[in-house]
Design a protein around this ligand. Structure first.
Ligand SMILES: Cc1ncc(COP(=O)(O)O)c(C=O)c1O
Length: 129
């Protein structure tokens, strides 16, 4: 029988964390918040289709992912197009590394800025004068 103190300490704590050692691996997995579980349930048992599918079963999941993207963007001050969901940490890492590499290549391709005293850039308008 748990003591009143233990009952108070466990209030709101996921069952799997009660009476065990302190859980220190939230980086890997976390217990799912009951509110998250409730929000997810319709997409686990009813609207289980692939959101990328163009057929009927993809419609509701697609709309839900679009709404989640908008909500997350609003939460962090981004625009929805800036939010990308990945299927794993490794996929996210690979996308970040690839993005940095592509940005570096693009930066190398850009012409260097003119020196401060170079005057207006040469071009058709400059040649007409
Ligand atoms: C930064 C980072 N990359 C990759 C992984 C591996 O995750 P996954 O098995 O989802 O690819 C983890 C897992 O904790 C992680 O923290």
């Amino acid at each position: 029988m748990p003591t009143a103190r233990a009952t108070r300490r466990h209030a709101g704590m996921p069952a799997g964390l009660r009476n065990g050692p302190v859980y220190m691996d939230y980086n890997a997995t976390t217990p799912v918040d009951s509110r998250v579980l409730a929000a997810m349930m319709p997409f686990l048992d009813t609207h289980f289709g692939n959101p990328s599918s163009s057929h009927h079963y993809g419609d509701a999941p697609h709309a839900a992912v679009a709404r989640a993207r908008e909500q997350i963007a609003a939460l962090i001050g981004a625009v929805p197009d800036e939010i990308t969901f990945t299927g794993s940490g490794s996929e996210a890492d690979a996308m970040a590394i690839r993005g940095v590499a592509i940005a570096a290549i693009d930066a190398m391709r850009e012409p260097p800025p003119p020196p401060p005293d170079a005057g207006p850039p040469a071009g058709p308008a400059a040649r007409e004068v």
